[in-house]
Write a protein that binds this ligand. Structure first.
Ligand SMILES: [Zn+2]
Ligand SMILES: [Zn+2]
Length: 122
């Protein structure tokens, strides 16, 4: 079961509903996760399992997933706050983990975007 995240920033930027993880029918080959295109500065949802092939549909640049330490405030105490979202990639010991931290906002480029867990989907 995947979850629905919503990203909000102080500047007013709102990602709307982001469906992350996967549903019952596609969990073997899919782990949807938020990412950013460094060129267009656009928030995208891409398949983390195919991380190396995940590209921006607009400019074909390789996207950076939001679990990348360059995209969140390094002062965040992950040990203390934990992760807002953790997903085990089917049949592997790999995980996508989204720390409970402040992230790079694609709109204002400050580390002021945060994600909320607003529900689950199937
Ligand atoms: Zn792009
Ligand atoms: Zn912002």
């Amino acid at each position: 079961m995947g979850i629905i995240l919503r990203g909000l920033c102080k500047c007013g930027f709102d990602t709307g509903d982001i469906f992350v993880g996967a549903g019952f029918v596609n969990f073997m080959e899919t782990c949807n996760a938020p990412a950013i295109c460094p060129k267009c500065s656009e928030l995208l949802v891409r398949n983390y399992i195919k991380k190396d092939e995940a590209r921006c549909p607009g400019c074909d640049e390789k996207v950076v997933f939001y679990d990348d330490p360059s995209l969140y405030d390094p002062s965040a105490k992950i040990e203390k706050h934990g992760y807002i979202f953790t997903w085990r990639i089917a049949d592997t010991n790999r995980f996508f983990k989204l720390p409970d931290a402040n992230f790079l906002c694609p709109a204002c480029r400050n580390m002021t975007l945060f994600f909320e867990d607003i529900g689950s989907w199937d």
